[in-house]
Each structure stands twice: as C-alpha cells, then as structure tokens.
Write a new protein. Structure first.
Length: 308
C-alpha cells in the first residue's frame, strides 16, 4: 500500500477571500453612499414637491379670493347703481307729493278762508240789529235832552199850559218809541239766542265724540320686487305735534296693507269738485275737454270700509 503525502496550501484562497472582502467592503461603502444620496435626493424631491404644492395651493386660494372679490365688487357696484336710481325715483316722488300736498293745502286754505268769511258775514248779519240799535237808537237816547227840550214862552203866561201839554206829548211819544225799540231788541236777541243754540256746540263735556279730520294716505312701490311703502300725511293746521303723531300711528296700525276694490264710478262729491275746478280753470277748452275725457276713462278704486 502506497502512501501519498499531500500538502494543501490555503494561502491563495485566503488571499482571494481577502480580495473579495475588500471588494465587499467597497460595495458596502458604495451602497451606504448611494443610500445616503437616494435619501438626500428623495428629501430634496419631497421638499420641492411640498414647496410646489404649497405655492400652487396659495396661488389657487389667491385666485379664488380674487375672483370672489371681483364678483362681489361687481354686485356692490350694481346694487349701488340700483340704489342711486331708486333714490332719484324716491326724490322725484317726494317732490311730486310735496307739490300735490301744497296744492291741496292751498285749495283747502282757500276753501276754509271762504267759509270763515261767509260765517263772519252771517254773524254780522245776525248782529246787525244790535249794531243798528247801537248806531241809531243809542245816539238818540244819549241826546234825548235835546230832543225833549221844549221852548217855554215867557211872553204870554196863558200859553204855558199848552207848552206843558206839548212837552208831555213829546215825552210820551219818545217813551213809546223807546219801549218799541226795547221790545224789538229783546225779540231779536231771543231769536239770535235760539239760532246760536242751534248752530253752536253746547259747552259741556262729551265722553265719546267722533271728529272728521282730513288725512292723506299714500301707498307706493319703491322697487321692482313689489315692495310697498305706506305714508300718512295729516294737516298741521289746528293740530299739535302729539295729535299728529297719534293720528299717524293709528292709521299706520289700521292700514298696514291696503286692499283696493274696483269701483264703477268715482264718488259724487269727487265728480262735483272736479267739475267745479274744471269750470273755474283758466286753461283752454281743448285742455278742459281732454282732462274731462281722462277723468271719465280713469279706472277708479276704493278701500274697504272695515279697515277704517
């Protein structure tokens, strides 16, 4: 049996393994460097994406806010233009109502002045007997000494009785005239007192009294949405501020929403007053005919009585 001696040398293998180990270490270093580079690149990319997203978000928000601002600005401008137009319309309506109110006030003032003048004339006619008595009879009574004086003749004593008789007759005549004047005056005073009692109000406290006071109620539409405005105007003559305010509040409470009913024709007093105004007008006949035609063809409406 032969014996074979083999010598195994591991140095080459160790060298190769050492070389591979150096390569593995280099690879590990390269992988670590690459990982660090990848992490840095990913972080930079994430930062860039975040910046771009934030920039895009803020840009989008700014754009939307700018669009909303522009839209709201245009709406505000349009509303301002509409409000300005409505303001001009309301001013025109106010001026027209002031003119109408002044015209009605002047008309009623003339009417009341005429009534006052007529009443003054009637009162003067009622007091005319008193004035006549004061002017005519009082002067005679004051000068009765002169009227009753008689000339007493002193040349002839026999005519003294005749002179006294004349004086007595004159006194009786004047006394009858005075009694007749006093009777007429008392009769006229009694008639005047009865007439005054029928005309004048009794001076006593009345608990429940109904007074008719003219008032102007104006209902108007001040926009295109059919929103209505109610305005109450009362006369300032013979009415203090508290009474005017109470009347306005009462009418506003009872006339919050007017309900109009169609009427076949206007009231007879309205027709009569319009005819009088048209007859006394100084305009031409053509204008009068046109005004009368418009009045007859106008559509009239009235308010329900249960609202008042």
């Amino acid at each position: 049996m032969a014996r074979i001696d083999c010598v195994v040398d591991t140095q080459p293998m160790a060298d190769e393994i050492k070389s591979v180990s150096h390569q593995i270490n280099d690879t590990t270093t390269a992988v670590v460097a690459m990982k660090a580079a990848i992490v840095l690149a990913e972080q930079q990319a994430a930062d860039m994406v975040c910046r771009n997203v934030n920039k895009g978000f803020y840009t989008l928000m700014r754009s939307q806010i700018s669009q909303k601002i522009a839209k709201l600005q245009s709406e505000v401008d349009s509303q301002l233009m509409q409000l300005n137009a409505q303001r001009k319309q309301l001013l025109a309506i106010k001026n027209r109502m002031e003119r109408d109110y002044n015209m009605l006030s002047d008309r009623y003032l003339k009417l009341f002045n005429g009534i006052n003048q007529n009443l003054k004339q009637r009162i003067l006619e009622l007091d005319r007997p008193v004035f006549n008595f004061a002017v005519q009879e009082v002067g005679k009574v004051s000068n009765r000494t002169k009227y009753l004086a008689a000339t007493v003749p002193i040349s002839q004593l026999e005519s003294l009785i005749t002179s006294q008789q004349i004086v007595i007759s004159n006194i009786k005549y004047r006394a009858e005239k005075v009694i007749e004047s006093m009777t007429n005056f008392l009769a006229n005073t009694s008639e005047q007192k009865k007439l005054s009692e029928r005309v004048l109000l009794k001076n006593e406290k009345v608990q429940n009294t109904t007074l008719l006071i003219p008032a102007l109620v104006c209902e108007s539409n001040f926009d295109s949405f059919d929103n209505k405005k109610l305005e109450v105007i009362v006369s300032k003559e013979q009415l203090n501020t508290s009474v005017q305010s109470a009347m306005k509040n009462t009418l506003n409470q009872h006339l919050e929403q007017l309900v109009w009913n169609d009427a076949c024709e206007p009231h007879q007093e309205v027709k009569s007053e319009f005819s009088k105004m048209l007859a006394t007008s100084n305009t031409s006949q053509r204008v009068k005919d046109m005004a009368n035609k418009l009045f007859t063809t106008t559509h009239f409406q009235t308010i329900k009585n249960e609202q008042l």
